[in-house]
Design a protein around this ligand. Structure first.
Ligand code: AMP
Length: 173
């Protein structure tokens, strides 16, 4: 299926100059959503994966569906102050300012093999922070998976050393 054509481009959201890739139009399409999750399931099945880790908030949509499809647990990485129990935190740079992501301290065990999921790879700051949290808990990252990559923003440079899997690239945006 042509997944790229199902992703809505919203110019100047949330601010002028940003081409926002809206995946709501993609997940509204049942067969497309299923194709993504089934494809990832086939990719990771048999790899001794312990859990799927997803990023707040659109990473939850794809990550939780993948975890369910594989019969695995889902671990949410959330924005600061949302997780109720003991957490560890990782700060990262945004275009303007900083943000913080957190994970529950008991969410993963040393040696757990995990796949990290988010909707979109832009500058890579979000996924790099997530990867650091997971590494701090001693888990092993098998791969980081995205639906969309904006290659011009060079997010892969921030993820050096991590295997990256992407379904759709939008060049020049
Ligand atoms: P980054 O940390 O720069 O790689 O940004 C990735 C996160 O920001 C993802 O969780 C995306 O949901 C969101 N994001 C960044 N840029 C865009 C964009 N152009 N369109 C849609 N989402 C974006």
């Amino acid at each position: 299926m042509d997944l790229a054509s199902l992703i809505r481009n919203v110019p100047d959201f949330p601010k002028p100059g940003i081409q926002f890739k809206d995946i709501t139009t993609l997940v509204m399409n049942g067969p497309a959503f299923r194709e993504i999750i089934d494809g990832w399931k086939a990719r990771y099945v048999g790899q001794d994966i312990a859990a799927i880790v997803g990023a707040d908030a659109r990473g939850f949509i794809f990550g939780a569906a993948l975890a369910y499809a594989m019969g695995l647990g889902f671990v949410p990485v959330r924005k600061k102050g949302k997780l109720p129990a003991d957490t560890i935190a990782e700060e990262f740079d945004l275009e303007y300012g900083k943000d913080t992501l957190e994970i529950h301290l008991d969410a993963l065990k040393p040696g757990d093999r995990v796949v990290l999921v988010d909707d979109l790879l832009a500058t890579g700051g979000t996924m790099a922070a997530m990867a650091n949290l997971v590494k701090k808990l001693g888990a092993e990252i098998v791969e980081v998976a995205f639906v969309v990559e904006l290659p011009e923003l060079k997010g892969r440079d921030k993820l050096a050393g991590l295997p990256v899997h992407v379904l759709v690239q939008f060049e020049g945006e």
